[in-house]
Design a protein around this ligand. Structure first.
Ligand code: UT7
Length: 330
């Protein structure tokens, strides 16, 4: 493998996504939960979150399978072969195994070897983190063609007796090919974390002595997360716009993490963006954590909404507490 050269920019050359076939509507979920004595309703879920359905992976489908499907689509849309990829970064909080990384498993399933492959763990901000790291590596010359993936099987860590969390999340994967480019491309990136808030959104279980110690299910203080999310999403969007020398008026599409339509509308309003510039998939996907942004991007690209040359703001927020944004010309 020849040593790559530093690049002026990185640019998304292809997108892909995958949703497992099982689509579960709010009504389906309410019926399943009701059978266990857990009360919820389509009305409550739609009104509080905007979610109407989510997809759940079959028990024998690991995170890497979803990631590989999304990656194959991204490679096809970039018009390149997997063998040309020289970096794989995969964002997930629901990996196939404790180790090796799901990125290494994806590399094997794609039939390639040798290139760097690693996972990024920043929960729902994971894709924005992964894209930022890939951008840095391309611009320093450590890689020229990266596969950047967000993939999750959150259904595996949901407590289906806890209605405050289990109605919110779904499974899926999204991927992009990020390539070295003489023209933008990614314009500005910014990442943040505040570990003081680790407990407000976490899955506290840990492996010890061959057993899971502590709770292996997701738990969340929804209102605390909501309040923090609304503030940081506005701040980080303004900050990357400043860095890129752009303003809100330059944004063609806002693709925030898809967790709650109320947070997304609030962010768009604070940035003075009309709601038709907001890409929304939370209604059909639920919250797919690290997968939500690349999934939404791919849906919008395939629908013909996001087009070459459009300026797109990607924004992640979630457990850690973590947040970040990427501004790019598509
Ligand atoms: O992915 C990382 C980012 N995550 C997020 O951004 C999530 C942020 N948080 C949220 O989206 C919202 O806080 C939730 C959707 C999680 C909750 O919405 P909320 O408007 O904050 O509702 P709440 O927690 O204040 O609960 C209101 C009521 C409560 O009942 P009481 O105490 O008023 O009687 C809950 O017990 O709604 C009840 N409730 C439900 N009722 C029916 C909570 N979950 C459900 C449910 N079905 N599934």
């Amino acid at each position: 493998m020849t040593s790559p050269l530093p690049a002026s920019y990185s640019r998304i050359s292809g997108t892909g996504s995958f949703l497992p076939p099982q689509r579960v509507t709010n009504a389906d979920l309410a019926a399943q939960l009701g059978a266990k004595g857990v009360e919820t309703s389509d009305d409550w879920i739609v009104a509080r979150t905007g979610i109407r359905a989510r997809h759940f992976a079959a028990p024998d489908m690991p995170c890497s399978d979803l990631a590989v499907e999304a990656s194959r689509q991204a490679l096809a849309s970039a018009g390149i072969d997997a063998s040309q990829i020289d970096l794989i970064i995969l964002a997930t909080s629901t990996p196939d195994m404790v180790f090796p990384s799901t990125a290494c498993i994806v590399q094997r399933k794609l039939g390639i070897q040798g290139c760097a492959a690693f996972d990024v763990q920043a929960v729902c901000s994971g894709f924005v983190y992964a894209l930022t790291v890939a951008d840095s590596m391309i611009r320093t010359g450590a890689a020229r063609k990266a596969l950047v993936i967000g993939a999750e099987v959150f259904s595996r860590i949901l407590d289906f007796t806890d209605r405050t969390t289990c109605v919110l999340f779904g499974d899926g994967a999204g991927a992009v090919v990020l390539e070295a480019s003489d023209t933008p491309g990614l314009l500005a990136t910014e990442l943040h974390a505040d570990g003081r808030y680790a407990e407000i959104l976490c899955t506290p279980g840990a492996m010890s002595g061959g057993q899971v110690m502590g709770l292996p299910f997701l738990k969340m203080d929804g209102q605390a997360v909501f309040k923090l999310a609304v503030g940081v999403l506005e701040d980080v969007a303004r900050s990357v716009l400043d860095k890129a020398g752009r303003t809100e008026a330059d944004i063609d599409w806002l693709i925030p993490h898809q967790a709650n339509i109320r947070i997304m509308h609030g962010t768009a309003k604070k940035l003075k963006l009309s709601l038709d510039k907001l890409v929304v998939t939370v209604d059909e996907h639920g919250n797919t954590s690290a997968a939500s942004i690349p999934l939404a991007l791919d849906v919008a690209v395939r629908a013909g909404s996001v087009k070459r040359g459009d300026t797109v703001m990607l924004e992640g927020v979630g457990g850690g507490f973590t947040w970040g944004a990427v501004l790019l010309d598509f």
